[in-house]
Design a binder for this molecule. Structure first.
Ligand SMILES: Cc1cc2nc3c(=O)[nH]c(=O)nc-3n(C[C@H](O)[C@H](O)[C@H](O)COP(=O)(O)OP(=O)(O)OC[C@H]3O[C@@H](n4cnc5c(N)ncnc54)[C@H](O)[C@@H]3O)c2cc1C
Ligand code: FES
Ligand code: FES
Length: 469
């Protein structure tokens, strides 16, 4: 049985735990304000809010309900467009109406729900955050300017919040109904009394953002095992210089982690390149590793950190380097029934240099044509002690560039060195021509991304010209 609160109503249901929240909302509860667009997480028409207790405090994030198994809603508050309606238009809906930010209206519930997610988030409100909250929503009619104006109106109101809690302020300003104020205690009571039935199937599901795109027709009837909310797979901690992450850590968990923010100064820029707010809230790192896409962004990120993964199968545990996980196209060093439990890596020190680059056909909400990351330990300002280079989209698996990394040991960074390096990189990769670009294009892209790493990491050196030769 799965138990949660849907808008104001408590739900106990025995439907298949793999059913998408979208299908439950529309076909079981007949709440048809949540729309079906792509069913692939791309359009945002199906956006809902998911409220959960974290350290006893209620916090909301957005999700694409087309990719969310209902099992991942257990003990949570699910909010659809109907759940934020008042007797007349609420303040977010009113802003959309006044700015002409809705035409055919198909995308509008998704936009309104995403923007409401911004309003009830405790982070300091700003216009940019309001826009970011809607970065997973697509509109085919309005041209976005009117939507941006509506977001400006809403964010101007939110910026008057000062010390008031976001939920209280949103209720006081007619953005959401007053029942939201009772949800924290209702969820605590529900979690105390609800008995979660653990699924024990052999197919593991994290956030579902790969599986439900690939298998949405069949997955609902399969025996599944849900990892997303397992407490032993959660959390990011630091032990000396080692960072240990639960495998169900999401991209948003990383974005919000103080440990990551302290050690990766450019983290917000990297995060912006990955999917959308809704998908980042759902996507786990182990899911990214295990999906084994040659262009998985966080796979490339952690390969450059030479991360290790601990695998568990019942009582049996073992640890391997992430780079050894990949045996061939979608072929992994993983036994049936084995899951990734934890991810471990050495945190870059203040003198280490790290960079991640990604090129895709469009800047936002797109998968990479080619991506790459590098981590350098320095002997002195310009001399490399050790290096780890990774690259995606240039072979059948996400690649740790072992020869290129070894070549850099003990070398001084110069334009000539970078040219030599790109030659070695080219000898290590084997891209193919496909929808993301021709082989020649991907080879060129990777060389340019390697050069970009060095230009960014060594701003004091005259390296810009390497881009053009
Ligand atoms: C619209 C959209 C945009 C996207 N954009 C990007 C992007 O920009 N960059 C990018 O890299 N990816 C992107 N993705 C892909 C996806 O979001 C990521 O790969 C994500 O990290 C997958 O994690 P998940 O938890 O959702 O995986 P799931 O779909 O739940 O699972 C994926 C695979 O991992 C397995 N698995 C999950 N957890 C474990 C575990 N602990 N141990 C062993 N096996 C496990 C599952 O069995 C399955 O085989 C996008 C997806 C969508 C839908
Ligand atoms: S229907 Fe398009 S994101 Fe879910
Ligand atoms: S108003 Fe028609 S898709 Fe956005």
């Amino acid at each position: 049985m799965v138990q949660f609160i849907l808008n104001e109503q408590e739900i106990k249901t025995n439907v298949s735990p793999g059913l998408t929240m979208l299908d439950f909302i529309r076909y079981n509860r007949h709440l048809t304000g949540t729309k079906i667009g792509c069913r692939e997480g791309d359009c945002g028409a199906c956006t809902i809010l998911v409220g959960e207790l974290k350290n006893g405090r209620l916090s909301y994030s957005s999700a694409t309900s087309c990719l969310m198994p209902i099992a991942n809603a257990h003990g949570k508050h699910i909010v659809t467009i109907e759940g934020i309606n008042l007797d007349t238009l609420n303040a977010v809906q009113q802003a959309f109406a006044e700015e002409g930010a809705t035409q055919c209206g198909f995308c509008t519930p998704g936009f309104i729900v995403s923007l409401t997610g911004f309003c009830i988030n405790e982070a300091t409100p700003s216009y940019d955050k309001a826009i970011d909250a809607m970065n997973g929503n697509i509109c085919r009619c309005t041209g976005y300017k009117s939507i941006e104006r509506a977001a400006a109106t809403v964010s101007n109101t939110m910026q008057q919040r000062n010390g008031t809690s976001a939920l209280q302020f949103a209720v006081d300003n007619r953005m959401i109904p007053a029942y939201f104020l009772g949800i924290e205690s209702r969820l605590a009571a529900l979690l105390n009394n609800a008995v979660k039935q653990e699924a024990t199937g052999k197919k593991y599901v994290g956030g579902g953002t790969d599986l439900y795109v690939q298998q949405h027709d069949t997955i609902v009837d399969e025996p599944l095992n849900f990892l997303y909310d397992k407490s032993e797979l959660k959390g990011i901690s630091r032990h000396g210089n080692t960072c240990v992450m639960g495998s169900a850590t999401t991209v948003t968990d990383i974005a919000e982690s103080k440990i990551f923010k302290d050690h990766f100064k450019e983290l917000p820029a990297y995060i912006k390149l990955v999917s959308s707010t809704q998908i980042r809230n759902m996507a786990t790192i182990a899911g990214n590793f295990t999906n084994a896409s040659p262009i998985g962004d966080f796979t490339i990120f952690f390969l450059a950190l030479d991360a290790r993964i601990s695998m568990v199968n019942g009582e049996t545990k073992r640890e391997i380097f992430l780079k050894d996980f990949y045996k061939g196209y979608k072929s992994l060093d993983k036994q049936p029934g084995e899951i990734i439990e934890k991810i471990m890596f050495e945190l870059p020190s203040a003198t280490d240099l790290f960079n991640f680059e990604k090129v895709c056909k469009r800047t936002n909400l797109d998968i990479a044509s080619v991506n790459s990351a590098v981590c350098l330990k320095m002997q002195d300002e310009n001399t490399i002690a050790t290096a780890s280079l990774s690259a995606g989209g240039v072979g059948p698996v996400p690649m740790y560039l072992a020869k290129s990394s070894a070549f850099l040991l003990g070398k001084r960074v110069t334009a000539a060195l970078i040219h030599e390096l790109t030659d070695i990189v080219q000898s290590e990769i084997s891209p193919i021509s496909d929808a993301r670009g021709t082989e020649a294009y991907k080879r060129l892209l990777l060389s340019q991304l390697i050069k970009a790493h060095f230009i960014k990491l060594f701003p004091a050196l005259p390296l810009e010209h390497v881009m053009y030769v």
